[in-house]
Design a binder for this molecule. Sequence first.
Ligand code: SF4
Length: 207
Amino acid sequence: MNSLEEIAQLVSSCTQCDLHRGRTHAVPGEGASDAEVMFIGEGPGVQEDRQGRPFVGPAGRFLEDLLASIGLTRRQVYIANMVKCRPPQNRDPLPAEIGACSAYLNRQIELIDPALIVTLGRFSLARFFPGESISRARGRVREKDGRRIYPIMHPAAALYRQEMRSSIEEDFRRIPEILAQSRQQPLVPEAAQEEDQAPPPEQLSLF
Ligand code: SF4
């Protein structure tokens, strides 16, 4: 998978888990291919499945408002999900489905190479920090595999609950400051570190 377009193409005809059976459209993700910030949600809902685009329902509108509050638009960031096809009745994605879909997301992260990954909700939190609770992990930037991860709540969870809305708004407000720090102290992703540490190729003897 050499480009985001190729990933989108593969996802649109993917049958690697049962979620393909119920989909109208797969939702690979969208945004800037060189985005500084990548958002990772859970999976497509009914609107996303209809349109083939991530975060286009009510939670998506809230996400756009949150982005606007820090001077960003969705075109400037990249938005993806843990699973690319809609789970029926908006149920939680199953571990097997997340596992089957993970190669696409992993490659998207490598290609975009964002300075900051913002996980939205518990499923994308678990991709980086398995077993942690979102209420404890939210709002703290941490490093994992040479990347900066900033877990926050899923905008859908905050739509109708004012106290969660305030938390997510507060967590969002910190993103510009975290990005400014990331620019001053860029991290080296683990894959690149391994390349750096690899022994130099053996010199061919001249004799
Ligand atoms: S959810 Fe992912 S693995 Fe499952 S069919 Fe869709 S693209 Fe393939």
